[in-house]
Design a protein around this ligand. Sequence first.
Ligand SMILES: [Fe+2]
Ligand SMILES: [Fe+2]
Length: 458
Amino acid sequence: MSRGLKLYIAGVVAASAIALGATTLAFPIQGGIGVGFGFLGDQSVVIGLVFWTVLTAVASALPVEMPRGSLVAVSIAPLIAATALGGPAAGGWVALLGTTEAREIRGRIPWYGTLSNHAGIVLPTILAGLVIHVFGQATQDFGAIAGFVATMLGSVAFILLNAALAAGVITLRSGQPFSQVLRGDARGFSVPMTGLAPLGWLMGQIYSIAWWATLVFAVPLYTTRRAYHQYVEMREMFTQTIGALAEAVDKRDPYTSKHSLRVKEIAGDIGRVMRLGEADLEALEWGGLLHDVGKIGVRDDVLLKQEQLTREERIKMNYHPVLGAEIIAPVTRLKRELPIIRHHHEWYNGSGYPDRLIADEIPLLARVLHVADAFEAMTAARPYRMTPLTPEIALGELRKFSGIQFDPRVVDAFVKTKWAAGLHDPGRPEPARQVPLITQVARDSASTATSSGSRPDN
Ligand SMILES: [Fe+2]
Ligand SMILES: [Fe+2]
């Protein structure tokens, strides 16, 4: 575990402990959470706390792991109900005890993981309690509606802080940018989570009338949890299927094994440097995997040929972006990826294929993919060039053809990725130098760029 992560967890745990201690002293647990049993006296607050703790524990069991690594459970509903009924301290204690997982009791989770998981729920619950309390106090003359609004505001505070704390851990653990983790996972769960907040409020209301009737809410909570699970499972299955398809294309040619996977990674890294949105990054990932899918339709004697391609063979080879787009077109979920697949061989100066688009006419994501594709192809062995170029020479080629074959802004972004870390960067070429090269390249658009052996069918 990194030092940063240790400090982060220690900070969050300390903040939770202080918040829980302070709210316990400052906000006595409200009687609303108490439950009445004839033989135990009128309203037992302890039994009420136990009731909500058990309900939260059931709702926290089997959390669903979101694509970027956040864990989501449906426990927000009972937590919000307990907080609205008993105040911030009651919510804090229910959160602390109720989010204990079976894996923790069996000792399967390291102690710091246990602490950070609990703190990541306790702190948002206390914040929600404070929001509900402050807003509720300020608007108490407005009756039940104000109570509802206060609970909703508290829930929003809970969701935001919970998501931010979880994203902090994942960022420090995996190195993915904070905003990206937050947007990536929050997009998937914030809406259904917010949907659970009114359910939490309703649970609290029903509890005040007949505590046992609250148990009926187990059904919607369970179905919501299943819906999360299915969402994640479907997405996973889709990603794996696309990966398998890309692998099938790469496997046809022993030289391009893992090409698509690496292109996907490089393109994603360039996209992150360019601060593209989450949807664009996802399109780059899937587009990266699928960009050469059209090679399925290129015959082996052309695809695997070691010698220079003839004009006819070149035409067949250059048709693969069009073929790829045709193959993917019926998959509506991959609509954003289509232009990437079709235009990943367009040149910035207009001499690429298939549509000879020029500069900004080429979709941005296709320009990004083109750079990633070229770098990967240059640094890997190919039938027509057995010794790969060194990353440094490949970077030199990208710079040399920046403004000709590649979008200069994309090359600038590539230079800032880990793929170019520590390499000598010759910098952007002088604009004056490009003029003769453009004419030269435009004249011979079939052969690529690079004197040292990149070929447009990479
Ligand atoms: Fe290609
Ligand atoms: Fe490629």
